[in-house]
Design a protein around this ligand. Structure first.
Ligand SMILES: [Zn+2]
Ligand SMILES: [Zn+2]
Length: 356
């Protein structure tokens, strides 16, 4: 879902899967419901889907909190007695407690903070914060909010408002991610990735400790091929442990599976912010890059002398008489919001508190 729209995966199975999951799949499902169960059921299901995904609702937030607290409960009740163990020193508590606390605190802050909602009172300041680049952002009004739309902002149809330096709407925090809360969101991603990776390692040592306590590392089993007793293989002892400590082993496996996904998404999010993009801008740049690949991106000269990048389809290029130049590479275009890694990170950290 995250990588589907990106240019890197254009015309690959990732893009096809994304289109299938977000467009063709739901359309086919709606048609199937309409023909088999009738129009009223189809309309009801459509409203339900809109309630779940098209409006703010706490369902995903409740799932996240329940899963997190459930995992924490398993850790506290079943693993803490085995820390420290022969593989893990007691000093790890000095890292375990702060990392868990940081992830919970930053999650709560990301959910509850104002993401940077543009209001009548702050629209002036919001418009002065970033210049319009006439590439991704143009001076115009938001038709829904009936107010000026600041550069780098985006109207979120789920929240029903424009958000300053909008990244994306995140269902897991039931909030937009924007200038006001992006620091909490990033802190949450980094601390939660650490919880997953570190948690999997810590629980791994607990499982090995349990193996030792149950004497499974000293147990021998009959090997028919060798015709003698041999030490129980690690894989077999782990299966025995999974039977005895199912929830604990389940949590270790879940964390190990989550780790690469959460870490990859966190690294991606941090990387684009360091490079001076929001998620919203990254997808706009991807669209421009695709238009350049297709040879339909033009720098069109405007009456006031400035130039504007527009996609002009092949069949319309002849008819379009405006003075224009084909853009051949992304290098010809400048991301004016990229102020260098240090300043980009400073903006993420200070958000609205950064002096204009
Ligand atoms: Zn708006
Ligand atoms: Zn939103």
């Amino acid at each position: 879902m995250v990588l589907g729209p990106s240019r890197m995966f254009r015309d690959t199975v990732v893009e096809h899967a994304y289109v299938g999951l977000t467009e063709t799949g739901p359309r086919a499902l709606e048609r199937a419901v309409r023909t088999t169960l009738g129009n009223p059921v189809a309309e009801h299901s459509k409203r339900l889907v809109h309630r779940l995904f098209g409006q703010r609702n706490p369902m995903f937030l409740i799932i996240t909190v329940a899963l997190y607290l459930g995992g924490l409960g398993v850790f506290v009740s079943q693993a803490t007695t085995y820390i420290p163990n022969r593989y893990l020193g007691a000093y790890h508590w000095m890292a375990i407690v702060p990392v868990i606390s940081a992830s919970m605190f930053s999650y709560a802050m990301a959910c509850m903070s104002d993401p940077g909602i543009v209001t009548k009172a702050n629209v002036g300041a919001a418009c002065r914060r970033f210049p319009y680049d006439n590439l991704l952002f143009f001076r115009k009004d938001c038709r829904t909010c009936r107010m000026a739309k600041p550069a780098r902002s985006k109207h979120c149809s789920v929240c029903g408002c424009c958000v300053e330096m909008a990244d994306h709407h995140c269902v897991w925090i039931n909030n937009c991610v924007g200038l006001g809360n992006v620091r909490w969101f990033v802190l949450f991603l980094v601390s939660f990735s650490t919880v997953c990776v570190y948690g999997a390692v810590v629980l791994g040592t607990v499982v090995l400790e349990l193996r030792h306590m149950h004497g499974l590392d000293r147990t021998t089993v009959w090997d028919a091929d060798a015709g003698m007793n041999v030490a129980m293989p690690l894989r077999r002892s782990l299966l025995v442990l999974a039977h005895m400590h199912g929830t604990l082993c389940g949590l270790a496996i879940l964390l190990a599976l989550l780790s690469p996904m959460v870490a990859a998404f966190s690294a991606y999010q941090l990387w684009i912010l360091m490079c001076g993009y929001t998620g919203n801008e990254e997808s706009k740049w991807a669209n421009i890059a695709m238009a350049i690949d297709d040879k339909v991106a033009f720098a069109v000269k405007m009456p006031d002398g400035s130039s504007m990048i527009q996609a002009i389809e092949l069949e319309d290029q002849e008819k379009d008489t405006r003075e224009k130049r084909l853009v051949e590479s992304l290098a010809e275009l400048d991301n004016i919001y990229d102020l260098g890694v240090w300043q980009n990170l400073r903006l993420v950290w200070l958000g609205r508190r950064l002096k204009q």
